[in-house]
Ligand binder design. Structure first.
Ligand SMILES: [Zn+2]
Length: 435
C-alpha cells in the first residue's frame, strides 16, 4: 500500500535521477554557515505567455530578500540573505518572458539576476505562504489583458481589496488550450495521481447526521478511488494518508509536489446547518464568487487551528490569493476541466443534485503545483445523503464517478498533445484555434 512513505521514496528517486540541470557546487563546497539552501529554480508560466512565476525552492525560510534593483533595460537583480546553493541545486530552462537567470553565492547570501526577452515587464517578490519558497511574479505590462495582470501583481502587494481577476484567470471551458505542465524533459503523461483524503486524526472534519464523521467517510472513498486508478489506468497513486492520522494542510501539497504528482484530488464531504441542504460540488482554486462557496472554504480551512505552526498561514488573505492564483494559472483551465468532468459523472446518478463547479481559496489547493480539485461528495448533515455516503454501494459509486472523470481527463489530455486516442479530433482543432 502506497502512502506518505512512498511519497518520500519517490521524491528521493526523482531528485537523484531526474535532475534537469547541473549541480553548481560539490557537497564539500556547500557553505556550512548558510541556514537556507536553494534546491531548484522552476517556472510556472501563464498559459497565454503573458507572465510567469519564478519559484525559488528553499529548504528553510529565507531570512530576508532585498528589494528588486533594475540594472538595465530588461535586467534585474535581488539577493537572498543568508542563503546558499544546495549541492543538488538544479536549474530548469527559463520560460518567457525570462530569457536567462543566474544564482551566484556571495559572502552574505545569493545574488539572483534575471534577464528578460523584453523590456515591458514588471515583477514582485512574494514568499510562498505554504512552503519556504520565494516567488517572483513577472507580468508583461503592455496591452489590455497584460496590463490587467501587471496591475494585479502590483495590487497583490499594495492595495487590497483586490480587483476581480475572474476575467483574467478564468479559463474557457472545453478548450484544451495548452499542454499541461510537462516534465522539462518530456511530454505530459498521467503517471502519478495524488489522492488526498481530507482531515484525519484529531481533525474530524464535518460531524454529520447520526454522528458520522467526515474523516471516516472520505478515507474509504479515497482508497477505493486509488485502487481503481492503479488497476485501470496503471498509474502510481500517492495518498496523503491511508489511516486515521492528522496531516497538516500544507504538508498535503508538499507530498503531492515531492512525488511528482500530475493531478491532485482532495476528497471531502459537505455540511450545513439546514438538514435539507444536499448535492455534490467540486472546487478549484480561485476567488469565491458566492457566500455559499466562502462558507465551504472557511469550514475546510479552519483545520489550521489544530496545527502547531499556524504562522505559515498568516499571509493567507485575498491579496495573497491573487499571487497564488497567478502562480497556479498554468493549471487553472485543467483544474476546471477536471472539476467539470467529476460533476458530469456525479450527474449520471438521477438522484444527484449538481451544485456545480466553483472556485474558492482552499489552503490545501494552494500548495499543489499541478491541476488540483477539491470534491464535496455530498452533505453529511442531510440524513439521506449521510446514509448513502456511509453505505458500501454509495462509497463505491462516488469513487467510480471520480475514477471515470480522471479516465476522461487522461484521454482528453493525451489527445490534446497528440499522443493518444483523441489525436487530431476535436481537441486538436480546439488547440489549433488558439490565437
Ligand atoms: Zn472537509
Amino acid at each position: 500500500m502506497k502512502s506518505y512513505f512512498v511519497a518520500c521514496c519517490t521524491a528521493l528517486l526523482f531528485s537523484a535521477c531526474a535532475s534537469g540541470g547541473e549541480a553548481t557546487s560539490g557537497l564539500d563546497a556547500v557553505p556550512t554557515d548558510r541556514n537556507t539552501l536553494i534546491e531548484r529554480v522552476s517556472f510556472e508560466p501563464r498559459p497565454d505567455n503573458l507572465g510567469v512565476v519564478v519559484r525559488i525552492h528553499a529548504d528553510n525560510p529565507v531570512s530576508s530578500t532585498s528589494p528588486i534593483r533594475w540594472t538595465g533595460p530588461g535586467t534585474m537583480e535581488f539577493s537572498l540573505a543568508g542563503a546558499g546553493l544546495h549541492h543538488r541545486y538544479r536549474t530548469d530552462l527559463a520560460k518567457s518572458p525570462v530569457s536567462e537567470y543566474t544564482l551566484t553565492e556571495s559572502p552574505t547570501g545569493i545574488d539572483v539576476r534575471l534577464t528578460f526577452a523584453r523590456e515591458d515587464v514588471d515583477a514582485r517578490i512574494k514568499g510562498d505562504p505554504v512552503s519556504n519558497d520565494v516567488l517572483l511574479a513577472v507580468g508583461i505590462t503592455t496591452g489590455g489583458i497584460a496590463s490587467t495582470i501587471a496591475a494585479a501583481i502590483r495590487n497583490a502587494n499594495e492595495s487590497p481589496p483586490p480587483p476581480d481577476l475572474s476575467t483574467v484567470v478564468s479559463p474557457t471551458p472545453g478548450r484544451w488550450d495548452r499542454e499541461p505542465a510537462a516534465n522539462p524533459t518530456g511530454r505530459w503523461t498521467l503517471d502519478t495521481v495524488v489522492i488526498d483524503a481530507g482531515h484525519g486524526g484529531e481533525d474530524e472534519g464535518a460531524v454529520g447526521y447520526g454522528g458520522v464523521l467526515e474523516k471516516d467517510i472520505v478515507l474509504p472513498v479515497s482508497m477505493k478511488i486509488g485502487n481503481e486508478l492503479e488497476r485501470r489506468l496503471g498509474v502510481e497513486v500517492i495518498y496523503t494518508r491511508t489511516d486515521d492520522r492528522f496531516v497538516p494542510l500544507a504538508q498535503r501539497g508538499h507530498i503531492a509536489n515531492e512525488s511528482g504528482g500530475k493531478l491532485f484530488v482532495s476528497i471531502h464531504t459537505n455540511a450545513a446547518p439546514d438538514r435539507r441542504a444536499r448535492g455534490t460540488e467540486t472546487f478549484f482554486l480561485g476567488m469565491h464568487k458566492t457566500d455559499a462557496a466562502r462558507n465551504v472554504m472557511e469550514r475546510e480551512n479552519q483545520v489550521v487551528e489544530l496545527e502547531n505552526d499556524k504562522t505559515r498561514y498568516a499571509e493567507f488573505d485575498q491579496s495573497q490569493l491573487i499571487t497564488q492564483v497567478l502562480a497556479q494559472s498554468a493549471y487553472m483551465s485543467h483544474s476546471q476541466m477536471l472539476a467539470s468532468l467529476i460533476q458530469n459523472e456525479f450527474d449520471q446518478r438521477p438522484e444527484n443534485v449538481n451544485r456545480g463547479v466553483k472556485q474558492a481559496g482552499f489552503y490545501v489547493l494552494w500548495s499543489a503545483s499541478m491541476p488540483a480539485v477539491l470534491v464535496e461528495l455530498g452533505f453529511l448533515t442531510n440524513p439521506k445523503e449521510a446514509a448513502w455516503m456511509r453505505s458500501e454501494q454509495g462509497q463505491a459509486e462516488l469513487a467510480e464517478a471520480v475514477v471515470r472523470a480522471i479516465e476522461s481527463f487522461e484521454t482528453s489530455y493525451a489527445g490534446a498533445i497528440g499522443a493518444g486516442p483523441g489525436t487530431g479530433g476535436h481537441n486538436g482543432a480546439a488547440a489549433g484555434r488558439r490565437d
